[in-house]
Design a protein around this ligand. Sequence first.
Ligand code: TXA
Ligand code: MG
Length: 335
Amino acid sequence: MIETIRFDMQGNISNQTIKDITSLLNQGEIVALPTETVYGLGADARNEQAVRKIFRAKGRPSDNPLIVHVASKEQLYSLVAETPAYLEKLIDNFSPGPITYVLKSARALAPSVSAGLDTVGVRIPNHPVALAILEYSNIPLAAPSANQSGRPSPTTADHVAEDLTGKIAAIVDGGPTEVGLESTVLDCTGEVPVILRPGKITLEQIISVVGKCEIYEKNTEKQPKSPGLKYVHYAPKIPLLLVAQEMLAKVVDENRRANKRISLIYHSKSSRDIVAEKHIWLGEDEASISHRLYAALRESEKTNADLIICELSSNIAKNRAIMDRLQRAAIKIIR
Ligand code: TXA
Ligand code: MG
């Protein structure tokens, strides 16, 4: 166990704190910090020992590569060996923002970052605290989500503390993250960009900027492009059922009759009247549902519920990023 220092940077950015964090990173320590998507667990991506600490702290399989965070387009270009013609347009439109570009690596970073692949995922996060650290330190930061491997990604500093206290040097509290789901991961190594992980930046938005984009389909290729795709992700400790809005009242009732205590995660206001042991409202629009989803899963775990039931309405069903996370977390979908 090591002592985990907590820095508070909600609201205002302290230059002294940025300096303290930079020294920790320069010493090869690992530090959790807020981005606009979820909290990341950052290390100097050029320092192999530091990068290995990330894998150890998270319990992350060593064949799952890390995303590298940089402050600028120039820095991003310095880390990659090949850039397709469409990349510049994507960066100009979407970065800083919740999108990661997978590109041929210039091999300027610690080998574990790419976990044996010849590519590297790079993104420019759109968060004042992350950008301040990246700009001041000038360190490219390898940073996966700051959760214990297999747990829902952290959207608050407290979520990080639950999973990683005693295992990392520091946690920087920048308040709840805005987007709430991880970045869109876009494979930019081919003629046509391919979405490996859906996120806030959508297929339609990418097509509208560069005229082409596809979604990676698991079965069309021999091996998963993104190693992360083969792992079970975002699994809450209590089983999760995803249930269509029309069946929700019935399924909750049946399970309560079978003596299950239910944490009901819902978004349509009409579902509020369904009797359950715990109610968590996600809000009605896609942005609010994304923002609150992981916190709702973690909050459900703190109740004495033995089943989480999450409402599946048309608002959620049409959102690829939300559906991707829920489908991975759910033991069963009833619709
Ligand atoms: O929003 C985010 O992306 C957050 C914040 C902290 O930036 N980070 C994040 O990292 O979600 P992580 O490690 O939890 O997820 C990274 C995903 C994994 O599925 C990984 O397999 C994939 O991106 N990935 C990373 N580098 C890759 C590469 N070179 N090729 C293919 N997939 C890659
Ligand atoms: Mg993750």
